[in-house]
Ligand binder design. Sequence first.
Ligand SMILES: Nc1nc2c(ncn2[C@@H]2O[C@H](COP(=O)(O)OP(=O)(O)OP(=O)(O)O)[C@@H](O)[C@H]2O)c(=O)[nH]1
Ligand SMILES: [Mg+2]
Length: 267
Amino acid sequence: MDGEKNVVIFGESGSGKSSIVNLLLGKPVAQVSDRAVGCTFEFSKYTAPNYNLFDTVGLSEGSEGTVSQKFAVNQLINLLKSLENGVSLLVFVMEKGRIKKSLDENYKLFVEAICMGKVPVVLVITHCEMEPVLGKWWEDNRQYFDKYRMTFTSVVCGCSMNPEMAPALMQPMVKSLNDTTVAQLSKAISSSMLVPGWKVKGGWKTLLQTILRRIVKIICIFLQLPDVNLFAGSELSFEDRLFVYFKGQGYDELLSKQMAKDIANVV
Ligand SMILES: Nc1nc2c(ncn2[C@@H]2O[C@H](COP(=O)(O)OP(=O)(O)OP(=O)(O)O)[C@@H](O)[C@H]2O)c(=O)[nH]1
Ligand SMILES: [Mg+2]
């Protein structure tokens, strides 16, 4: 539909993504689980009044019980490819705690590699129900996110747990925190959405070529070779172009062939 806005939720398995979907929609539409292994295995689309919400499979610290990294990445690329109106916003969900490797990897994959840093990101920090002052953890720790070069248009600290999952005594407090979280997040979403959404200019082939070009550039620097445009219109395959290039740089035939093959395999 014309003018549709797409909001993609991502983050590590178990961080509370599906719980956030349920909070935003005001009803239990997404499956939430406290099992030791992940419960979301493919992306799901939900329709909120002003946007579409996509719950995704995130990268996890271990692979046990969850889908493989490759499957998660493939799913994501397929999802983004299918969005005719592009992506208007990324919502990154993390559980309050240490910055794990998978947190950094999820950010790099979704925000930098696939959306090329062009889509605004809202951070939601869940599991904040025991914080004496809501938001203090973020204020005390934001410097570490800066260090990892993770930047956000907005940050919301809160609690996405369903009150029914909490002990009876805690339920009113959890309910009240749910309300605060959803109010702040709804505000952050509506003020951060990109209209129209971001789409790869020139299609997905261009995106892959851009990523490849960057990698080739890094390889050239590493090998102390001058940068070269290996994608200039040519009938040759990428591997053959690398081969011609290395030969032109004075490497012998065998070594040029081997290097071209190795690099083409990596990218
Ligand atoms: N204490 C606490 N628990 C939460 C919070 N948000 C979610 N949970 C719980 O965390 C568990 C995982 O929540 P989900 O919403 O299923 O997490 P998810 O990111 O969708 O997980 P996957 O689909 O496996 O990737 C459930 O037991 C939730 O009840 C929160 O803010 N505080
Ligand atoms: Mg889920």
